[in-house]
Ligand binder design. Structure first.
Ligand code: URA
Length: 272
């Protein structure tokens, strides 16, 4: 197994962060300094990070759903001293956020110590859907703007992939995208003439925010974590895209019934 993958699986950090840790000279295998994240290792190898042995004994993998309030940052630490989503869970275990929400965006964010799962949920190649509710300015949002968002709009870092878009009210849109570019929903809405006033994430892959209260934290059950593991495209996917089965972050119950193929956006483009 690749060294970076091993470290991520052992809960040291996400796969990308593990690659950085290796390159920065903090990792030894059998006493030898290793700088190559692709180095092949076995679980029986003595692997240390900063001198501490990794992979001794099973690490309990956990995933938390958090309903992030505005003003809380979704990094593990904030140089400006703002509260973080990691503080909200308050575990001694090392957890990191799965992807990012802007400080002013509210809603569902996942935290985990499972680097492989975090990789699957955030790497663009898996195209895991995320759904947002946006209250926008300059209502009403006309059909032309909705169509433009569905087809993809031109942003300064390239065109967006087709999105699923519903108008919930004259000033409220629900957008489902699988890309994760910086402030993407805000920039998409601005591009069609409706700057965002408030933004909430209501779904991440198969998991819905449900009625988890703002500031609420919930440890996910095994069935929910299994669904997350098969979210998106690619190996291990149980259904046609991450919208195939859904559970709610508010209730630990297993999904009731598979829902297939609703409102697919048409041909998918590979994301960057
Ligand atoms: N898109 C945004 O514009 N902001 C977020 O926080 C998430 C998606």
């Amino acid at each position: 197994m690749r060294l970076a993958k091993f470290l991520a699986g052992a809960g040291v950090a996400s796969r990308r962060a593990s690659e950085e840790i290796i390159r920065s000279g903090r990792v030894r295998v059998g006493g030898e300094l290793v700088l190559d994240p692709a180095r092949n290792v076995e679980a029986i190898d003595e692997i240390t990070v900063d001198g501490n042995r990794v992979g001794e004994g099973p690490v309990k993998r956990v995933v938390y759903a958090v309903n992030k309030p505005a003003g809380v940052v979704s990094t593990a630490r904030d140089p400006q001293g703002r509260p973080t989503v990691v503080d909200m869970v308050g575990r001694s275990m090392r957890l990191y956020p799965v992807g990012r929400l802007d400080a002013d965006t509210t809603g569902l964010i996942l935290l985990t110590n499972d680097g492989e799962l975090a990789y699957r949920l955030t790497h663009p190649s898996f195209e895991v859907d995320k759904t947002y509710r946006a209250v926008v300015s300059r209502p009403p949002v006309r059909e032309r703007a909705v169509r433009a968002l569905r087809d993809g709009v031109q942003l300064d870092d390239g065109p967006t992939a087709p999105a699923r878009v519903r108008r919930l009210a004259p000033d409220t849109l629900e957008l489902t995208i699988h890309e994760g570019r910086k402030r993407q929903v805000r920039r998409m809405c601005e591009q069609v003439g409706h700057p965002v006033l408030s933004l909430q994430r209501v779904r991440f892959g198969p998991l819905r925010l449900g009625d988890l209260p703002i500031g609420g934290v919930r440890l996910l059950g095994a069935a929910e974590v299994d669904l997350l593991r098969s979210a998106g495209r690619g190996p291990g996917t149980k259904g046609p895209g991450s919208a195939s089965r859904r559970v709610t972050a508010a209730s630990p119950s297993a999904p009731k019934r598979a829902r297939r193929g609703s409102g697919a956006p048409g041909p998918r483009r590979a994301s960057s």
